[in-house]
Design a protein. Structure first.
Length: 342
């Protein structure tokens, strides 16, 4: 693969090539530190990952073994080692890379160079964010061993890439279900989109950024996440005000590499809720499918399954939920209505 960088004639780099950061900086521009490096001199954003470091915090960037209709996904955890991550700064540059005409290039640490001790990095290839689901949010440990929310970007290959065995996320050897207390997820700082510091100061937007067609705005995905997160927090506060214990389940299925998180589980009443930020037909269908899927794996096999929506859907969709053997709860002004919440 040939990458052309502004100010240089032609840079030859192909998947599998190994370079130090100094060498990569000469090719693409950047700096010697940090995991996300937007260049000031080219349209490249370099994404560096180290499998050993990731495992220290309970996650691993890399390929998911499962493919969907569009192929494989490379998961990449956002920048920030303490506290909840935000979409400010460098994380925002990844989210908005298509809008800004930037290319994402992934590199994996593979040891140190002899003599200098500088880290060496293997080039995986060129990527873009998945348009349908550019990121997911997960709970992991920070460097102080405190739980926090992080953004995990879902990357799709653009051209030929390297799929080395070492870069695949290990599959679960058996079904694993972890119960974690539900906590708020819609802190105002958690879901900010492209604040001023993400396009000024340390990041210089390239001039030639109109060649790549943008088919879906990153703000669309953020808005969907925001609506669901805010609904989740309001309903969590409601349940807790009634003295209910509320959890979430983290699920890994034997033989698979993906991690699934349920929405709210009311341990007091044994109810599993699936939330959607919209009351559309697609949202309701998706919620029904997720509840059927999750209910097979969570410990309480007899949990009541409930779809939670931001407003009452049309009668036909309410009947669809009932037909699926589930209940409906929806937000109605400043209260929640539907299946007898009392």
């Amino acid at each position: 693969m040939v990458g052309t960088v502004e100010g240089m004639t032609s840079v030859q780099i192909k998947p599998g090539d190994v370079h130090t950061r100094g060498e990569l900086n000469e090719m693409f521009g950047g700096s010697g530190q940090g995991g996300i490096i937007p260049s000031k001199t080219s349209d490249t954003i370099q994404l560096f990952t180290d499998h050993k470091t990731g495992k220290t915090f309970g996650y691993q960037d890399g390929w998911l073994a499962e493919e969907d209709e569009k192929g494989r996904i490379f998961e990449y955890t956002g920048q920030g080692v303490e506290g909840d991550q935000t979409l400010k700064g460098f994380n925002g540059s990844v989210l908005n890379h298509a809008d800004d005409g930037r290319t994402l290039r992934v590199f994996v640490a593979v040891g140190k160079a002899e003599g200098s001790g500088a880290k060496r990095h293997r080039y995986v290839g060129e990527f873009r964010l998945d348009e349908d689901e550019p990121f997911v949010m997960r709970r992991v440990l920070d460097q102080k061993k405190d739980m926090r929310w992080v953004y995990v970007f879902r990357l799709r290959p653009v051209v030929e890439v390297e799929q080395a065995a070492a870069d695949f996320v290990p599959a679960a050897s058996q079904d694993q279900v972890e119960t974690l207390p539900a906590v708020p997820i819609s802190d105002p700082g958690l879901l900010e989109l492209k604040p001023a510091e993400s396009t000024t100061g340390q990041i210089s937007k390239p001039e030639k950024n109109s060649k790549k067609k943008v088919t879906r705005k990153a703000s669309d995905a953020v808005e969907v996440t925001r609506r669901e997160a805010e609904l989740s927090d309001r309903f969590l506060a409601f349940l807790q005000s009634q003295g209910h214990e509320v959890d979430r389940f983290k699920i890994r299925v034997k033989g698979l590499t993906s991690t699934f998180w349920t929405d709210l589980y009311d341990a007091t009443d044994n109810v599993l809720y699936e939330l959607k930020g919209s009351s559309s037909r697609n949202a309701v269908r998706f919620a029904i499918g997720q509840l059927h899927d999750y209910s097979r794996h969570i410990p309480p096999k007899d949990a009541r399954l409930v779809v939670l929506l931001p407003e009452r859907p049309v009668d036909d969709l309410a009947e669809l939920i009932t037909h699926a053997g589930m209940e409906l709860v929806f937000e109605d002004g400043d209260k929640f209505s539907g299946w007898p919440l009392s």
